[in-house]
Write a protein that binds this ligand. Structure first.
Ligand code: SAM
Ligand code: CA
Length: 220
């Protein structure tokens, strides 16, 4: 019984994983490999990957747009949930990080679905809009540099179809969004983004305390 979201201590988090996580063996292997990569805490949690895959399935998604791929866990989790002819456009600036993920995409048999675009994501998304891909994605995930979240969100609103979902990660930023002693650029950017989306009537909205905070915005 609760009128608010539970905080999860280690025992309850373990319970949640033991009673709900169905992680594909290649996702487990990729998570293991990523522990040896710089900034491995950037990877999404396995329960978040499973939730995103469920959303893709619920949407009957064919096309998934990702901004911030790192070693490819979220791209792989969603690619596995797409049909054989589904498509992922995965944007990142790092060859170093994304090259870790490619062999795992191959092992899982989904590399043919994943179109990795290396370069600044704002430019990649502008390119997609210019090429006529507006209204063509079912699901988008924004998880790159926080200072550009508003830009990515505006671009995703054009690229995702009406009824499609835009997921935005790290919107609780380790709790720092509510700690006004923290005035770092990334924190200010996330606060500004959260304020904007709260009043954005182009979308239906929920902010879930999953992982580091996940906003789900459904394009109206
Ligand atoms: N979604 C990933 C996962 O499931 O593991 C984690 C993404 S990580 C939090 C953020 C990524 O954004 C990094 O790999 C980084 O290289 C990338 N990035 C940072 N600035 C970027 C930019 N301007 N354009 C594209 N990617 C960028
Ligand atoms: Ca993240």
């Amino acid at each position: 019984m609760s009128t608010r979201s539970l905080g999860l201590d280690d025992a309850l988090h373990d319970y949640l994983l033991h009673h709900s996580l169905r992680e594909h063996e290649t996702l487990t292997a990729l998570r293991q490999a990523t522990t040896k990569v710089r900034y491995s805490v950037m990877q999404i949690s396995p329960e978040q990957g499973q939730f995103m895959a469920l959303l893709a399935e619920m949407l009957g998604a064919q096309r998934y747009l990702e901004v911030g791929t790192y070693t490819g866990y979220s791209a792989l989790a969603v690619a596995l949930a797409l049909p054989h002819d589904g498509q992922v456009v995965a944007c990142d600036i790092s060859e170093e990080f994304t090259s870790v993920g490619r062999p795992f995409w191959r092992d899982a048999g989904v590399d043919h679905k994943i179109d990795l675009r290396l370069g600044p994501a704002a430019r990649t998304l502008d390119g997609l809009i210019d090429e006529g891909h507006h209204d063509s994605f079912d699901l988008a995930f924004i998880d790159a540099d926080k200072e550009n979240y508003e830009t990515y969100y505006e671009q995703a609103l054009r690229l995702v179809r009406p009824g499609g979902l835009i997921l935005v990660d790290n919107v609780l930023w380790g709790g720092d969004v509510a700690n006004h002693a923290n005035q770092e650029d990334s924190t200010l950017a996330i606060r500004q983004f959260n304020k904007k989306v709260k009043d954005d009537h182009r979308v239906t909205l929920s902010l879930l305390p999953l992982g580091d905070g996940l906003t789900i915005a459904r394009r109206r």
